[in-house]
Design a protein around this ligand. Structure first.
Ligand code: SER
Length: 340
């Protein structure tokens, strides 16, 4: 195989999603060659920022192999997933997308590395949904990565398992092969808190009440929050999430002492969130109407996680607090977005 025949590129799956938007903008500022894949055609605003884009299913092996016949994939940001609420309605489909899809991409990453002899980076967003705190939420210290990983959702189970798959590919895949493998997969996972973006509203997640509340307030539409006011989980502004992805991507592999990292920004209750919304949008019409099953899912997630290893190994340090995320990022950008 003549590698010079293929152009080196970064592959992003789930490119149209919330993170994909921010990541594509950030990578285009670094002049990176990005190949974007999503079930739906790439948003028009993103198309000029990428080298190529392809609508299709990550489970479509032929489609993915056609892509690698043209591009030497050096890194995969595997963002495609069914989120936690949606996955409960179609657990088997969630498993196919979240697990089989990840396995196929890990295999593709491995294949690429055997062609190039260089380890393929595989950046994998995981989430606080990897935890299941078993009714102890109010009594726990900020959780470390290995603690309480017995999730109650299909999405959470999928994420925990794929973290293990990634570790397996990075360290043990084809361990009994007669010839040593050149290259391999350099897997790096981040467990994100609930993310809040000014550009997009998430769909199908269970931390969505945060972003939904502020987007509704900016549009002047009433919003019924589906969790109790005291419900607390960690959140993060999307620019910090994208920065974390890129910082972990850029870190030298030798600096990493583990394959999966928690990151934290600010823990806040739905009431704290509402108070900020009201400060900036005094006309906001927010009510609390807990959906018991979705409430139970959020109650199974920790109020706070320990991100010490991410800070130590690759310098993770978020910019935004709850107040500054609203003041400096969310409110200005969301208001401009919905301005008449
Ligand atoms: N935001 C994800 C979800 O709600 C969890 O981190 O599914």
């Amino acid at each position: 195989m003549d590698n010079r025949a293929r152009r080196p590129a970064i592959l992003i799956t789930g490119a149209n999603g919330e993170m994909g938007h921010g990541l594509i903008h950030a990578l285009s500022q670094r002049n990176a060659d990005v190949v974007a894949v999503d079930l739906h055609p790439l948003d028009e605003s993103l198309q000029p920022l990428v080298r190529a884009h392809q609508a299709g299913d990550i489970l479509d092996t032929q489609l993915m192999q056609r892509l690698v016949s043209k591009y030497e994939v050096t890194t995969i940001f595997h963002l495609a997933a069914l989120l936690s609420t949606r996955s409960e309605f179609s657990p088997e489909i969630a498993h196919r997308v979240n697990v089989t899809g990840t396995l196929e991409l890990l295999r593709l990453a491995h294949q690429q590395s055997t062609w190039s002899g260089v380890r393929t980076k595989f950046i994998f967003p995981s989430s606080i949904a990897a935890y299941g705190v078993a009714g102890k939420k109010d009594r726990l210290h900020p959780l470390k990565e290995h603690e309480y990983t017995e999730p109650t959702t299909m999405y959470g189970c999928n994420k925990v398992y794929c973290e293990h798959l990634g570790r397996y590919f990075a360290q043990y895949y084809q361990q009994l092969a007669a010839q040593p493998i050149k290259g391999g997969v350099d897997f790096r996972g981040i467990r994100f808190p609930g993310l809040i973006s000014a550009d997009t509203v998430p769909s199908g997640g269970t931390s969505d009440y945060g972003p939904e509340m502020i987007h509704a307030a900016a549009q002047g539409t009433p919003y019924a929050c589906f969790v109790r006011p005291d419900t607390t989980i960690p959140f993060m502004a999307m620019p910090d999430g994208v920065k974390a992805l890129l910082d972990l991507y850029s870190a030298p592999e030798e600096a990493l002492t583990q394959r999966v990292y928690n990151i934290n920004a600010f823990s806040c209750s739905a009431q704290d969130f509402y108070d900020e919304v009201q400060k900036h949008f005094p006309q906001a019409q927010v009510s609390f109407d807990p959906h018991l099953k979705r409430q139970a899912i959020v109650d199974s997630w920790p109020a706070e996680v320990n991100d010490g290893p991410a800070r130590r190994d690759w310098g993770f340090s978020p910019t935004y607090t709850l107040a500054s995320a609203f003041r400096d990022y969310l409110v200005p950008q969301i208001s401009a977005r919905y301005a008449p």
